[in-house]
Design a protein around this ligand. Structure first.
Ligand code: PMV
Length: 364
């Protein structure tokens, strides 16, 4: 598939008005995307667990304008209230996707979005938010083109979401999603995420991710700036190469359910992501003292009990504690006894891998 395949071929007839609604989950990368080229092309391949509880619900109401305008016409509501600061982000997104959704200037849209995770929890809503919005807009195209096939719908939704926020392309389908061309996965694409095409042992179904909210405020350095600092980074080339190798290493690990090797890849990826930040110019640190405390305690607990609990990090101080379904009781007990004390106001979110985005019934 190329970009051109996502341009609608024929003149479609859209309904004059309507309402569409989708729920899209967040995702947590196991091999991290860090560094990109223009038009949101990843500098290295990545793979993620799709989450379940952390999700965005978006409803889009659309109505044909009397005259198609020069500008886009939309309102954005967050949890029912107008939210001005999202408008520029959506303008940029619409500008990027209009070649693929040419009806965007013909309608007025009311976008109403809400997150399942607490407001300003430090959990990025860009992945789930951009995925849910992309699905809603593509659903409008589908109403005009009901023959659109499910696989194409998923690929195009992921393609559009990528143009909103790179990792959002991994928030459409479920469980394990890979994004970015890599020699060991022939179907892989820089344009959209794919369902991991190889065997996945049952150890990795229902994998848990308890998100410890160490710091709930805004990040000191945004992902956009962080990605940018990989250009000219002294360790960029070996890091990108390592991501390809880690994806290849994961293949037998996923197939056999080898938790020890899984932990080795995933924790190394998390620390490498932060090592890239610490060695950027300018350098920066997003981990907090409590992030390190939690990591040390996870390591001690794992060593003394041999329970396969591990961690990963996104671009922030929060810690994602990962463990298989079979060990959930012991892990939850340990988290409550030893880790929750390091969370801001004791807050954490119990999540696990899920089935991907789902359509919602759009209320009239
Ligand atoms: O999609 P962005 O631009 O917010 O970047 C996400 C980057 C990481 O979360 C750190 C890694 C990843 O692959 O999700």
């Amino acid at each position: 598939m190329t970009e051109k395949d996502f341009i609608p071929k024929k003149d479609l007839v859209y309904p004059p008005s309507g309402k569409v609604a989708w729920k899209a989950p967040s995702n947590i990368a196991l091999v991290k995307y860090w560094g990109k080229y223009p038009a949101q092309i990843p500098a290295n391949p990545s793979i993620s667990f799709t989450l379940d509880a952390s999700a965005t619900r978006t409803t889009v109401t659309y109505e044909k304008r009397e005259q198609p305008g020069k500008d886009f016409s939309f309102e954005f509501l967050f949890e029912g209230k107008p939210k001005e600061d999202f408008i520029p982000k959506i303008e940029i997104f619409f500008e990027r996707i209009i070649p693929y959704l040419p009806f965007l200037k013909e309608f007025h849209f009311t976008i109403d979005s809400a997150n399942s995770f607490p407001h300003s929890s430090g959990i990025a809503s860009s992945a789930s938010g951009m995925a849910a919005l992309s699905l809603c807009l593509l659903e409008i195209e589908k109403q005009a083109n009901p023959e659109m096939e499910d696989l194409y719908f998923q690929q195009k939704a992921s393609f559009l979401a990528r143009l909103g926020s790179g990792s959002a392309c991994r928030s459409i389908a479920g469980n394990l999603i890979q994004w970015g061309e890599t020699p060991s996965i022939s179907q892989s694409s820089n344009l959209y995420g794919i369902l991991y095409p190889f065997d996945v042992h049952q150890n990795f179904t229902n994998y848990h991710d308890t998100i410890l909210l160490v710091h709930k405020g805004k990040k000191a350095v945004s992902s956009t700036v962080g990605h940018g600092l990989m250009t000219g980074h002294p360790f960029a080339a070996p890091r990108f190469q390592q991501a390809h190798e880690n994806l290849e290493r994961l293949q037998p690990i996923f197939a056999t359910g080898d938790l020890e090797s899984f932990i080795n890849v995933v924790e190394s990826e998390a620390l490498t992501l932060h090592a890239m930040m610490m060695t950027s110019q300018p350098y920066f640190i997003l981990m907090a003292a409590n992030t390190l405390e939690i990591i040390q305690r996870i390591w001690q607990f794992r060593k003394s009990t041999r329970v396969p609990i591990s961690f990963t990090l996104d671009a922030g101080a929060n810690v994602h504690v990962l463990y298989p379904e079979a060990d959930k009781e012991r892990c939850i007990q340990f988290i409550q006894d030893e880790l929750v004390a390091y969370c801001e106001n004791g807050h954490y979110i119990c999540d696990r891998n899920g089935r991907g985005a789902q359509p919602m019934v759009a209320s009239k």
